[in-house]
Ligand binder design. Structure first.
Ligand code: AMP
Length: 216
């Protein structure tokens, strides 16, 4: 299964992708996560790229495509994968098509996690992440068992640099302009399924599994 999750920042792509990855035994490929790891120790992402992410813009297509191609060529992605946060522009979608054509592969399904902008902003402001293991939480919708600490590794939770109010607004603008057209792009190719995500994590997950198991 080669799956793409599409949706605005805050729509729960990462949360759902992690769960799906576990259930279906597929690698979760998040360009945002790969970029953030690249900011850390032995960083291979330059300062300019880091600044783009911090300010809520998109890194150049060339860089995003390179990151994703490298990852999809790894052995564990042969059986399939869940793409989260890529493609984010029409040019990236076209590059992905070209990449797959070369190896006689194709995307099987694109699922659009549909959420109002107002709700997305609310979700992002309450998001907390574990800087050590990458687990994600939400102060209201998915709180950690001990306030401020990760359930899995007990590290102190933090807020993502780009989840501040100003940056969130910028990310929403970028999403509307660059990523939203992908919905029509994949719909016209008969690949798109829409899921209303104005509900709890469990209910959304059940719906996702129904789409994937039933081929709806
Ligand atoms: P995410 O974790 O998916 O919200 O991504 C965090 C940030 O990483 C985005 O706001 C962008 O700055 C950058 N990023 C992630 N994926 C891409 C992509 N496919 N193309 C360009 N920039 C990306």
């Amino acid at each position: 299964m080669r799956l793409v999750l599409l949706g605005a920042p805050g729509s729960g792509k990462g949360t759902q992708a992690k769960r799906l990855a576990e259930k279906y035994g597929l690698p979760h490929v998040s360009t945002g996560d790969i970029l953030r790891v690249g900011f850390g120790e032995g960083a291979y992402i330059d300062r300019e790229t880091r600044e783009v992410v911090r300010s809520g813009g998109l890194v150049p297509d060339r860089i995003a495509v390179e990151i994703v191609k490298k990852r999809l060529e790894e052995e564990d992605c042969r059986k399939g994968f869940i793409l989260d946060g890529f493609p984010r522009t029409l040019a990236q979608a076209e590059s992905l098509n070209g990449f797959f054509k070369e190896s006689n592969r194709a995307i099987d399904r694109v699922i659009y996690l549909e959420l109002s902008e107002q709700e997305a902003v609310k979700r992002l402001s309450g998001r907390r992440i574990c800087p050590r293991c990458g687990a994600t939480f939400h102060l209201v919708f998915n709180p950690p068992r001990i306030p401020g600490l990760c359930d899995q590794c007990r590290a102190r939770l933090s807020q993502r640099e780009d989840d501040s109010e100003l940056t969130v607004r910028e990310r929403m603008k970028t999403y509307q302009k660059e990523t939203y057209p992908l919905i029509e792009y994949y719909q016209s190719r008969g690949l798109l399924a829409k899921i209303d995500v104005n509900r709890g994590i469990e209910e959304v997950f059940e719906d996702l599994c129904k789409v994937l198991d039933g081929g709806n």
